[in-house]
Design a protein around this ligand. Structure first.
Ligand code: MTE
Ligand code: MO
Length: 347
C-alpha cells in the first residue's frame, strides 16, 4: 500500500457541518469547507442512522470471532501498536444528491454536500484478520457498530490492502460523530460500507442478511439483479463560483472536485452553453478527490449556468439524469451552478 504525501487540512474558523436532520444527527459538509482540497473533520458531513454512541477508547474492545482459527479481542492501545497507514479517502453517502431527483424519493434530503475528502490513519483490516486466521469456509465478514448498525463485505473485499480500521481523521483522533474511537474505512465505496464505532468483526459462512444491505436499503431497487450500492459513481462537484453569485464580466474560474469509486478521473469538462460546447478543466490528481478548475470568459451580461461533467478512466461518465430509484441512491447527474454576470459587479 502506498503512503500518501501529507497535505495539510485547512481548519476553518467558522463552520460545523450543516444540519439536515437533528435526530438522528445528519449534516452536510459546510459550504465554507467544501472547496478545500481536504475537508476539515469539524465540517465534514455526518450520516447517522441512530444516536451516535459515546465511547471511551480506554473501554473500547474489538471482538474478532466467527469462522476464524483464533478468535481474540483487541484493545485500543493494542490496535495503535500495530503498523499504521495513512490514506486520503473520499467518503460520499449513496443518497448524496437525493433531493435533486424528481420526484424526490424518501430519505435524508441531501443536496450535493453529503461528501468529503480526508486523510484517515489506521491499521489494515487484513493485518487483524490475518492474526485471527479466517477459515477457508468463511464467505463474508460482518462489521458491527456500537449503535446496532451492521454491514458485511466478502472476505475478498475485506482483505483488500486499503481497507482500514481507522483511529485518526485529518490531523487528530476520530471524533464522536465520525465513529470514535475506531471505524472501518472502505475506499472507493459509498460511505455506508465504512462502519463507525466498530466493535465486532465476525467471519460468517453464509451471505449476511442484515437490514442495511438486504431487500431494498442501500440497493438499487428495480435494477436487474437488485444490485447493492457499492462503488461510488463518477461525479464532479462544482464548488466555485457559488450558486447565486454575482460576478463582473470577464474571466470566471469554475472549480471543484471530482471522484469515482471505479477508476481514477480521466477528465472534467465544463460547459456554459447547456452542453453545446465543452472545455476541459485542468486536473490536480490526488489520492482522494481530484481538484479541477478552468477559467472561462462569460461575455453576455445575465444569468449563466455552468455545468461540469467528469469521466473516469474506465469511461464512466455523468448522465444528464441519473436513473431514478425508489430510495434515491447514486444520483450522479451532471451538476450545475447558476451565477449572474452583472455590469455593476466588482471583482
Ligand atoms: N455504525 C454506523 N456506521 C455508519 C453509519 C451508521 O449509521 N452507523 N452510517 C453509514 C453511512 S450511510 C455513511 S454515508 C457513513 C458516513 O460517515 P461520516 O458520518 O463519518 O461522514 O457512515 C456509515 N457508517
Ligand atoms: Mo450513507
Amino acid at each position: 500500500m502506498t503512503q500518501t504525501p501529507r497535505r495539510p487540512t485547512i481548519r476553518l474558523p467558522r463552520p460545523g457541518p450543516e444540519t439536515v436532520t437533528a435526530t438522528p444527527y445528519n449534516a452536510e459538509t459546510a459550504l465554507a469547507a467544501i472547496g478545500e482540497p481536504l475537508t476539515d473533520p469539524g465540517a465534514f458531513f455526518v450520516r447517522n442512522h441512530f444516536d451516535a454512541p459515546r465511547m471511551d477508547p480506554r473501554d473500547w474492545r474489538l471482538r474478532i470471532d466467527g469462522a476464524v482459527l483464533r478468535p481474540f479481542t483487541l484493545t485500543y492501545s493494542e490496535l495503535r501498536a500495530l503498523p499504521s497507514h495513512a490514506l486520503e479517502v473520499v467518503l460520499e453517502c449513496a443518497g448524496n444528491g437525493r433531493s435533486l431527483m424528481k420526484p424526490t424519493p424518501p430519505g435524508v434530503p441531501w443536496g450535493l454536500r453529503a461528501a468529503g475528502c480526508t486523510r484517515f490513519v489506521g491499521v489494515t483490516l487484513r493485518t487483524v484478520l490475518g492474526r485471527a486466521g479466517v477459515l477457508s469456509m468463511a464467505r463474508e465478514v460482518v462489521f458491527a457498530g456500537a449503535d446496532g448498525f451492521e454491514r458485511s463485505l466478502t472476505v475478498r473485499q475485506a482483505t483488500r490492502p486499503d481497507v482500514l480500521l481507522a483511529t485518526h481523521m485529518g490531523d487528530g483522533p476520530l471524533t464522536r460523530q465520525h465513529g470514535a474511537p475506531v471505524r472501518l474505512v472502505v475506499p472507493g465505496w459509498y460511505g455506508v460500507a465504512s462502519v463507525k464505532w466498530l466493535v465486532g468483526v465476525t467471519a460468517v459462512t453464509e451471505p449476511f442478511r442484515g437490514h442495511f444491505q438486504t431487500s431494498y436499503v442501500y440497493r438499487y431497487p428495480g435494477v436487474p439483479g437488485d444490485v447493492p450500492t457499492r462503488r461510488m459513481r463518477v461525479r464532479a462537484l462544482i464548488t466555485a463560483p457559488r450558486d447565486g453569485a454575482v460576478l463582473p464580466r470577464g474571466p470566471v474560474t469554475v472549480a471543484g472536485h471530482a471522484w469515482s469509486g471505479e477508476a481514477p478521473i480521466e477528465r472534467v469538462e465544463v460547459s456554459l452553453d447547456g452542453g453545446a460546447t465543452w472545455s476541459p478543466a485542468q486536473l490536480r490528481p490526488a489520492p482522494g478527490w481530484t481538484d479541477w478548475s478552468i477559467t472561462m470568459v462569460a461575455t453576455a451580461v445575465g444569468v449563466v449556468r455552468a455545468v461540469a461533467r467528469a469521466t473516469d478512466r474506465r469511461g464512466n461518465t455523468q448522465p444528464w439524469t441519473a436513473p431514478w430509484n425508489a430510495f434515491g441512491y447514486g444520483n450522479n447527474a451532471i451538476g450545475a451552478v447558476e451565477f449572474t454576470i452583472g455590469r455593476g459587479a466588482r471583482r
